[in-house]
Ligand binder design. Structure first.
Ligand SMILES: Nc1nc2c(c(=O)[nH]1)N[C@H]1C(S)=C(S)[C@@H](COP(=O)(O)O)O[C@H]1N2
Ligand SMILES: [Mo]
Length: 467
């Protein structure tokens, strides 16, 4: 049965906000008890503390027995295999090569962060978000890349997959994956961002963590064929100005892309971070449109049609338009404007004591390079320029950091990105003034306003709106 994709957002702002808050509260309850989590708030529950003490003494008593049986186990989180933890790893052999990793490998059982799924009714039309709070450098591990599917994850046999290119071309052609792999390839590290990233945050701070407020963006190294190579192969007729990209999933997602952009830097990716692209990201082939909103990067791509006009698909008439204050809708708002966010410290973390902290975060711009990131710790009164860590690449996440001596008093942390065009990341208030509040959540798409995190005197960090 072919299912129609659900509407992008359930109607009713409050219901959605409440549902998301409840779901995130549950997630946080678990994280707060996990000593490996950045959200660890110590063991506040006295009953749990007592159990811990008892376990501690059992462990001391059992040390001799442990040496013989090699026992204590740590509970493995998803994406890890549970291995025995020896009190002294120098006194026991480690795990043999290839014994329990299936030849592929897993991360440490002590690393617990996972993607977090938004509270939609079905898992097929869903978002899942990257845990940015523990991110390091700029690459998102493939298993933590954010996901946005309108009709579930298509399962496609690469030996049967075809890409058709037709319309205003000299000769319509079809390519199988072997054909595509024979063309000269390219690799590029760039970000993808869902234009719905932050959609809950227009009216009031809603989600508590940076995963919730900003987790619909990730960075990968993508490998594939420039779209211009294939378009030259079929020969675009003069007058061709737009192309339609169509996905081979249940949603048959389609979007119009200006030919000029397609020829400039779009590419068809079959590789992600050194291996085949993941099913969630569009295996075996996806379109990458650097710097443009994520929904244009059609996954499981099976058809490209050339035309002289845009195709006016559902995704560019009903969805992915921006409702303006006068009731008109802005169409084809492709570019993801400059944005940044502090990932550490961020919402729901607990600073244990005053003193030194290295504030860090990510900045990016769909228009090119990040030129400057400034950080304020006093709600925007004073700004200091942060250090940008290499590699600094156009249309790519850029890591920044800045030292901070916390005096133990309430502080509001903010970051502000300036890109190479001179564009400065605006406040949320400025954006609301521009876009108005006609949409179901005020506005929906393209929220790139400055994020504020409040550090309370207790050390608790929370999501606030602060201008
Ligand atoms: N075929 C197809 N392509 C698609 C989608 C989809 O549902 N089907 N979702 C789009 C949206 S809205 C986004 S934000 C990105 C998400 O890419 P990711 O899941 O690899 O992060 O893919 C886009 N391409
Ligand atoms: Mo999206």
């Amino acid at each position: 049965m072919k299912t129609r994709p659900l509407p992008e957002l359930p109607a009713g702002t409050t219901a959605l906000h409440q549902k998301l808050q409840a779901q995130e509260a549950l997630f946080l309850e678990n994280e707060r008890r996990n000593p490996e989590s950045p959200y660890y708030h110590g063991d506040a529950d006295p009953a749990r503390q007592r159990r811990r003490f008892l376990l501690g003494s059992v462990a001391a008593l059992g040390a001799a027995a442990l040496a013989k049986t090699g026992a204590a186990h740590a509970k493995a989180p998803p994406g890890a295999i549970e291995r025995t933890v020896f009190p002294d790893p120098t006194k026991a052999q480690g795990v043999g090569v290839g014994v329990d990793d299936g030849g592929y490998g897993f991360r440490s059982q002590f690393e617990t962060e996972v993607r977090w799924r938004f509270g939609t009714k079905t898992t097929e039309s869903s978002w899942s978000m990257t845990p940015l709070e523990k991110s390091q450098g700029i690459i998102t591990p493939s298993g933590l890349h954010y996901e946005r599917h309108h009709g579930g994850i298509a399962t496609i046999d690469p030996t049967k997959h075809m890409l058709y290119i037709h319309g205003m071309v000299d000769e319509a052609k079809k390519f199988n994956m072997q054909d595509i792999r024979r063309f000269p390839f390219m690799s590029r590290i760039c970000f993808l961002e869902c234009s719905g990233n932050g959609l809950t945050e227009w009216i009031k701070p809603t989600l508590k963590t940076v995963q919730g407020t900003h987790g619909l963006t990730s960075t990968s190294e993508w490998t594939g064929v420039p779209l211009s190579t294939l378009l030259n192969e079929v020969g675009v007729k003069s007058g061709g100005k737009w192309l339609l990209a169509e996905g081979g999933d249940a949603a048959v997602m389609t979007r119009s892309i200006p030919l000029e952009k397609a020829m400039a830097d779009c590419f068809l990716a079959y590789g992600q971070n050194g291996e085949a692209i993941r099913p969630e990201q569009g295996y075996p082939l996806r379109l990458v449109v650097p710097g443009y909103e994520g929904n244009m990067c059609i996954k499981w791509i099976r058809r490209i049609e050339i035309s002289d006009t845009p195709f006016m698909t559902r995704e560019e008439t009903s969805k992915y338009t921006d409702l303006m204050p006068d009731g008109s809708a802005l169409q084809f708002s492709f570019t993801m404007e400059a944005k940044s966010v502090i990932t550490y410290p961020s919402g729901e973390m607990l600073l244990q004591r005053p003193g030194f902290y290295e504030i860090t975060g990510l900045a990016w711009s769909g228009k090119g390079l990040v030129k400057k990131v400034e950080v304020s710790v006093d709600s925007g009164k004073n700004w200091r320029e942060a250090k940008l860590h290499g590699p600094i690449l156009p249309m790519c996440h850029t890591r920044f950091s800045i030292p901070w001596e916390w005096d133990g008093k309430e502080a509001i942390l903010q970051s502000r990105c300036t890109d190479e065009t001179g564009y400065v990341q605006p406040t949320i208030k400025e954006l609301v003034a521009q876009r108005g509040t006609n949409g179901p959540l005020a506005s929906i798409y393209h929220l790139n306003g400055i994020q504020s995190w409040k550090v309370a005197a207790t050390g608790e960090v929370s999501n606030v709106h602060h201008y």
